[in-house]
Design a protein around this ligand. Structure first.
Ligand code: ARG
Ligand code: MN
Ligand code: MN
Length: 347
């Protein structure tokens, strides 16, 4: 920040350390991968979000939050569908939409996430629709088997291929990840592409308000911790955060999968399956701040921003909200940043 440097110079300060920083570690690096995947649902437009966020200066925005963070943008993910996946689709999964594309994209993403974590301390996956939550979390699990997952969403996205009413695979990624549900995808070869999976007690949902009957049945049956909007109303965000962190293994790294539709449609209108009565932006920020403050967040997804839905103003509002969430996720403090300033300015 030029004015701080100028101030430092004018007052003759010996050294002006970091002006805005969140952590004390020196080698923090964040990998970013865009996944322009839109075949998990039927509306065109979500594939434009990664490049739109870049146009809105995603890297610079995150850099301004933490000037020591090294940010590596790996561009947008590419994938190709092979005959084997087409065969799986034909023989077992033709009743859901775009299975082969889903698997091809997520297979590529699983490899990409592992590579990024070998080279960086954290990663951010930008969707695309939430179907890519599978590859992002599965890749994370292959690198870091002891992982906890916080899924912030209006929806549970835990449908099985034979319970989904829409056939949209963005409503199913969690069932590919959970130890207790993977067996329902027995023709998908999951043991090969993603042997490590998530035990149900390391998953917490926050923000639910549109859960399909079969999803509720499944969640209830296997006992999944879910803080839907009604619990948030009853006990408030601080208590929800406390219960979430109590539930998760304190030794584990954390993956935060943030579906923009978790936020209320006033602050995030440009999304394919908007549901009213959601989190305020402040509640969303509070939640990600608390998660960030654990210093255990290693992977983050931001999905379902659709720049083709709504007015220009709607799109701006939605992207702005997404950027605020990411800022807080990666270190922004609403109270200001001061802890690393050591100038001797007050003598
Ligand atoms: N990632 C999302 N926005 N998912 C919405 C899913 C909606 C519905 N439960 C379905 O399975 O089709
Ligand atoms: Mn979702
Ligand atoms: Mn959703």
């Amino acid at each position: 920040m030029w004015w701080m440097r100028k101030l430092a110079k004018n007052v003759g300060l010996a050294r002006l350390k970091h002006t805005t920083s969140s952590g004390n570690s020196t080698d923090q690096s964040l990998a970013i991968i865009g996944v322009p995947f839109a075949k998990g649902q039927s509306k065109q437009g979500v594939e434009l979000a990664p490049d739109l966020l870049r146009q809105r200066n995603l890297t610079q925005v995150l850099q301004s939050v933490d000037d020591r963070l090294v940010i590596n943008d790996y561009g947008n993910l590419k994938y190709s569908v092979d005959e084997r996946l087409l065969k799986q689709q034909r023989e077992h999964y033709s009743h859901i939409r775009n299975y082969a594309d889903f698997m091809a994209c997520n297979r590529a993403l699983i490899g990409q996430v592992q590579k990024m974590l070998e080279q960086n301390s954290q990663f951010l996956t930008i969707g695309g629709d939430h179907a890519i939550g599978f590859g992002s979390v599965a890749g994370h699990l292959q690198h870091t088997p002891n992982l906890s997952l916080v899924w912030i969403d209006a929806h549970a996205d835990i449908n099985l291929h034979n319970t989904s009413q829409s056939g949209n695979i963005h409503g199913m990624p969690v069932s590919f990840l959970l130890e207790q549900l993977r067996g329902t995808w027995q023709h998908a070869g999951l043991d090969e592409i993603a042997p490590n999976c998530l035990p149900k007690d390391q998953l917490v949902y926050i923000g639910l308000r549109d859960v399909d009957p079969y999803e509720a049945f499944i969640m209830n049956k296997i006992g999944i911790r879910a803080y839907a909007m009604d619990s948030i109303d009853r006990v408030g965000v601080p208590k929800i955060i406390e219960m979430t962190l109590d539930a998760l293994n304190p030794q584990n790294k954390i993956h935060v999968s943030f579906d923009i539709d978790a936020l209320d449609s006033h602050v995030a209108p440009s999304t394919g399956t908007a549901v009213r009565g959601g989190l305020t932006l402040r509640e969303g920020i509070s939640i990600v701040e608390a998660l960030r403050d654990t210093k255990r967040v290693q992977g983050v997804d931001l999905v379902e921003i659709n720049p083709k839905l709504g007015s220009e103003h709607d799109v701006r509002t939605t992207v702005d909200s997404g950027l605020e969430i990411l800022k807080s996720m990666f270190g922004y403090r609403r109270s200001g940043a001061w802890s690393n300033i050591d100038t001797g300015i007050l003598g």
